[in-house]
Design a binder for this molecule. Structure first.
Ligand code: CP3
Length: 343
């Protein structure tokens, strides 16, 4: 059956005068209703693991704005936790995890087959959300890409330059490679289970792909994405995959062709005009308005929104930001941006 939802049609290669739109982190702290539900949950991880509440925050931005996509509310760091890492969030600072730096640390991780024990509430969230969505809205599942997830598992926290992960890659390649392989296999199982629970599209977030240079990019950003996508395509041939190798720069060129991704998500460090010529020639692209416009608004936001739509008008395009919307965004700017897109 041909896709009828706008987002699925774009991912299938259809060029649309008005592109489908959703935003990374569209459920988040810029929304008062999110903050209220988050307060009810008590803490972020409880919110992720309580299906009724996670479903509620997944649906909030759909009710408020009518986006074309609803992204599952969860976090990329739930996979490390499902593999046995300790995970907690420090308010105002971000995630903390137990670290993996030795063979013994790696050996203490759980098997791939065990991840569903921890992650089953996430699948339940999808099963709750699916029938609640308006018929034109597409349900998006996601996971972190192996390199990005590994950077957090190795360092035990977010790092500006992914130094500890690069150090393990140089200093103990067998442990580093084993970790990448374990995350790769877990991600296939996790995304397959999300698709079985109702996700119609899945997205792979490689937020730190930009710090992989040269052959490292091929080996640790491109190859794992290709492995995950080819296994997902074997199991679920109808489900499109969006790949987001953030800050990949020149490596965006050919990324979809090399990995089998149906769509490449672009950060805002590349110009839409360049990406239209170099990346969109291979198929659908997603992006790439600078998230700062959701804070600053005004005529510049409208001009930039229109410029991006014009630049990508001759090929398949999903409108989005170049990275997640930030907690200081003004919810009214999102409405004004949607008005500029949809007229
Ligand atoms: O996009 C969505 O609305 C879906 C939900 C989603 C979250 N995180 C919710 C979240 C998604 C897709 C993510 C992905 C994610 N998580 C990434 C990759 C994308 C990116 O932003 O680069 C990364 C690196 C993480 C890890 C993570 N989670 C960090 C570093 C933090 C702390 C930073 C921060 O913004 O506070 C989180 C917490 C987090 N994940 C929040 C949300 C809404 C804020 C938590 C809160 O409510 O206090």
């Amino acid at each position: 059956m041909a896709a009828t939802k706008k987002l699925l049609r774009a991912l299938a290669g259809e060029v649309q005068a008005v592109p489908p739109v959703w935003l990374m982190r569209q459920a988040g702290r810029y929304l008062p209703e999110y903050k209220a539900t988050r307060a009810r949950a008590g803490d972020f991880l409880t919110l992720c693991y309580t299906p009724d509440l996670a479903a509620e925050v997944t649906l909030q931005p759909i009710r408020r704005y009518g986006f074309d996509g609803a992204i599952l509310f969860a976090d990329i760091l739930l996979v490390p936790q499902a593999l046995g890492a300790d995970l907690w969030f420090v308010t105002g600072e971000g995630p903390r995890l137990s670290t993996i730096t030795t063979q013994d640390d790696f050996d203490a991780l759980r098997r791939v087959g065990d991840i569903h024990e921890t992650l089953s509430p996430i699948y339940e969230t999808l099963r709750i959300v699916k029938p609640e969505l308006p018929p034109e809205v597409t349900l998006i599942g996601f996971a972190g890409a192996p390199w990005t997830v590994a950077t957090y598992m190795i360092a035990g926290r977010g790092t500006p330059d992914q130094g500890p992960a690069h150090a393990l890659k140089q200093g103990n390649r067998p442990v580093f490679d084993a970790l990448i392989d374990r995350i790769t296999a877990a991600t296939v199982e996790y995304l397959s289970a999300q698709i079985e629970a109702g996700a119609e599209v899945v997205k792979l977030f490689d937020s730190w792909a930009g710090s992989l240079k040269g052959a490292d990019f091929e080996r640790y950003a491109l190859a794992p994405a290709k492995a995950i996508i080819s296994e997902l395509k074997a199991r679920h041939p109808q489900t499109p995959v969006i790949a987001f190798p953030r800050q990949a720069g020149a490596h965006y060129v050919g990324f979809a062709r090399s990995t089998g991704a149906d769509c490449v998500a672009l950060d805002n460090s590349v110009s839409a005009e360049w990406a239209a010529a170099k990346v969109q020639v291979d198929g659908c692209v997603q992006g790439n308005l600078d998230p700062k416009h959701m804070v600053t608004g005004g005529p510049t936001m409208i001009d930039e929104t229109r410029r991006i739509i014009r630049a990508f008008a001759n090929g398949p395009h999903v409108f989005n930001l170049g990275h997640g919307i930030t907690p200081d965004a003004d919810p009214d700017n999102v409405s004004r941006m949607l008005e500029a897109i949809r007229g």
